[in-house]
Design a protein around this ligand. Structure first.
Ligand code: ADP
Ligand code: ASP
Ligand code: MG
Length: 460
């Protein structure tokens, strides 16, 4: 059972989580994120320390550290509260030392940043274990870094194969003794014991890795919305819960921007064929989303719309490409050399367009691409992806999708290699409008006739 940051943002939220753990059937393991907003604050403090203001960096965390203490005061009895308060004080002085080191070195090492970020999950998991014990649940804090063993790619570390065994060894003895292990998500350690993190939003991934290692009956992601919704609820308020998704649908949704699941969450579940359930910690009785190997694929239906802002597209045009071989290899090797992931690719006979979501290496990449052809870069683009098993071999969906947004300039259209998504690019400032229209056509108008709906769209 993984509880996200908003599920543990204050005392009431922790109490709610204790209730959810208590009602769970069978043996459980809890994985928890840092309390809401704390990872952002820790990250901002590192940036402040890099600018030389170590004192200000530490001071900027006072409110969030105090929030931990306030939660403990509200929920813990004297003895365990005192123990937790001294843990918070110890964390504060460790962070203080790290801020000083960072401020005195102009370029900080990414490992120090991970060391600091990891305090968020370390504190929340110790606090949750104490809160559960206060609710008469036999909970035991386990340092997740003893389980999740990773490479040393700080900030976005990859778990190593030995994680499975380490997790089994660390957790099975706790579980066998009838206790509930409580771990922080997001964090791991290298073989030398140096702290790493799995990338922002990575607690979902931790939970999936731990669930898979233990052969869990289910991996539950408890968050602040009722499951995976048809669209980002921050864009369309009429977003609805999708009751059942296939692994592949969920993976594509996460990959194309649905923040509710970290993109790597689904793979460990697929490997062990474990269902993933996404539920609302604020409304546990509301049905969430169940993600399983095969979901019903009603024809002509779209399951969800995902989007990802801040995309940069790169187009390389070269007559040399015509009928040549080796051109694409040379082009992709440039991205490989600079460790830059490419999301969407479309090609014509003489050009290749591709999209990246992290443009930091572009200044190095562009000159190398210019050796291959003319390069055009466009920033501030949005990938929109329409997803559903029902898209497989279903004629007419593309017409329906594109006619609903016919005044919006669309490029890089791609029917995903997986055949369950239709992906395209729009300018970021037109994305909201496009998503609202698409949602209306795909989900809000089931009773209306398509033509009638389109007529209405034209009047929008
Ligand atoms: P947590 O802190 O529990 O990990 P996140 O903020 O990472 O929560 O993810 C939940 C949020 O993801 C929701 O509050 C919602 O705003 C956003 N979101 C974006 N797309 C979707 C979607 N398709 N379904 C559900 N939530 C989504
Ligand atoms: N606390 C981490 C973050 O904010 C991990 C997570 O919440 O999943 O990115
Ligand atoms: Mg999250």
């Amino acid at each position: 059972m993984k509880f996200g940051g908003t599920s543990v943002e204050n005392a009431a939220a922790f109490r709610q989580v204790a209730g959810i753990v208590r009602s769970a059937e069978g043996r459980t393991v809890s994985v928890v994120s840092a309390i809401g907003g704390f990872t952002n604050a820790l990250l901002a403090s590192v940036e402040r320390a890099i600018r030389g203001d170590a004192r200000g960096a530490t001071r900027s965390l006072s409110g969030d550290l105090e929030r931990h203490v306030t939660i403990a005061r509200g929920l813990l009895s004297d003895a365990s509260r005192a123990a937790f308060e001294s843990a918070v004080a110890a964390v504060r002085s460790e962070i203080r030392q790290l801020h000083k080191i960072i401020a005195s070195h102009p370029v900080t090492s990414p490992s120090l940043q991970d060391e600091i970020l990891a305090f968020g999950e370390q504190l929340s998991s110790q606090l949750l274990a104490a809160v559960l014990r206060e609710h008469n649940l036999a909970a035991r804090y386990v340092d997740a870094r003893r389980c999740i063993r990773t490479d040393d790619h700080y900030g976005c570390a990859t778990p190593l194969a030995e994680t499975t065994q380490a997790t089994q060894v660390e957790l099975s003895k706790v579980i066998r003794s009838g206790e509930i292990p409580v771990l922080g998500g997001f964090i791991g350690s290298t073989e030398n014991g140096v702290t790493t993190t799995l990338g922002r939003g990575g607690s979902d991934y931790s939970a999936a890795i731990i669930g898979a290692a233990l052969g869990a009956r289910e991996i539950q992601i408890w968050t602040d919305v009722s499951g995976v919704l048809t669209v980002d609820p921050r864009v369309v308020t009429k977003a609805r819960t999708i009751p059942v998704l296939s692994y592949q649908e969920a993976a594509e949704l996460a990959y194309f921007g649905a923040k509710v699941l970290h993109p790597k969450t689904i793979q460990p579940a697929i490997d062990q064929n474990i269902p993933v359930r996404v539920c609302n910690s604020r409304a546990p009785a509301e049905g969430g989303t169940l993600i399983v190997a095969e979901a019903e694929a009603a024809p002509q239906t779209v399951k969800a719309i995902a989007h990802k802002n801040g995309i940069t597209t790169v187009q390389v045009t070269s007559a040399r490409m015509l009928g040549a071989y080796g051109f694409l290899r040379a082009l992709f090797e440039v991205f490989e050399r600079h460790r830059t992931a490419v999301d969407v690719v479309t090609t014509s006979e003489v050009s290749v367009s591709l999209s990246i979501d992290n443009p930091t290496t572009l200044p190095q990449i562009i000159p190398e691409l210019e050796e291959l052809g003319t390069v055009e870069v466009e920033e501030s683009r949005t990938i929109i992806s329409v997803i559903g098993e029902g898209l497989r071999n279903t004629p007419g969906i593309a017409a329906r999708v594109f006619s609903s947004i016919n005044e919006i300039n669309v490029s890089m259209i791609s029917v995903g290699a997986s055949t369950i998504n239709l992906t395209f690019m729009v300018d970021e400032d037109q994305a909201r409008e496009a998503i609202i229209r698409l949602h209306r056509v795909c989900f809000e108008a089931e009773d209306k006739h398509h033509a009638e709906l389109l007529a209405e769209e034209v009047g929008v």
